[in-house]
Ligand binder design. Sequence first.
Ligand SMILES: Cc1cc2nc3c(=O)[nH]c(=O)nc-3n(C[C@H](O)[C@H](O)[C@H](O)COP(=O)(O)O)c2cc1C
Length: 192
Amino acid sequence: MQKEKFTVAVIVGSLRAASLSLKMADFLCNQQYRLLALQIIPINDLSLYNEDRETAQPPRAWQKFRDCIREQDAVLFITPEYNRSVPAALKNAVDIGSAPHGHNVFRNKPAAIISLSPGKMGAFGANHHLRQSLVFLDMPTLQQPEAYIGNSEALFTTAGTMTDGHTRDYLAGFMDAFAGWISRHTQAKPGR
Ligand SMILES: Cc1cc2nc3c(=O)[nH]c(=O)nc-3n(C[C@H](O)[C@H](O)[C@H](O)COP(=O)(O)O)c2cc1C
């Protein structure tokens, strides 16, 4: 069957209900893209990775997460920065998806990273620590354009509407580049 759009798993690096990263994810999921269909894959229920639990019956939440990622064509990470690195919840999700050895569900899936922070540096540290893991997971990760979104508290209304036109335009270009990147790095071609 012909594919209409690339499916993209959106993984949000913050667990809090009022998360700005989640607002960003919701905003992007609500846009209409010609080639992309975005879906948030929750990581809130993932218990901490422990190799002892990697039995014939690993935790159900781990299995569900792995199955969800396996089904998607690509992955978009949207993350804040904790102590100049990736929040533990996001690293945990990355670890769970990468295991057990030889069954890395992220392998070969094209990826992109949007990092954001209320500060000026746009969570550059988190963005690049995450990139380090994605190299090892063998995920071709979009290099340009980059998305370090600073001053993120001023971006949204409480209802989640994005108020800043410049950022909106930048993200539209970023997602367009991501669609091209996925197209170049995947076998499945939508709309053909
Ligand atoms: C434990 C912790 C560490 C943080 N470290 C950083 C940091 O290194 N750099 C930064 O820009 N913001 C840092 N922050 C502030 C977060 O960027 C801010 O709380 C942000 O809103 C969290 O993302 P969220 O809104 O998606 O939950 C930190 C926040 C917490 C709770």
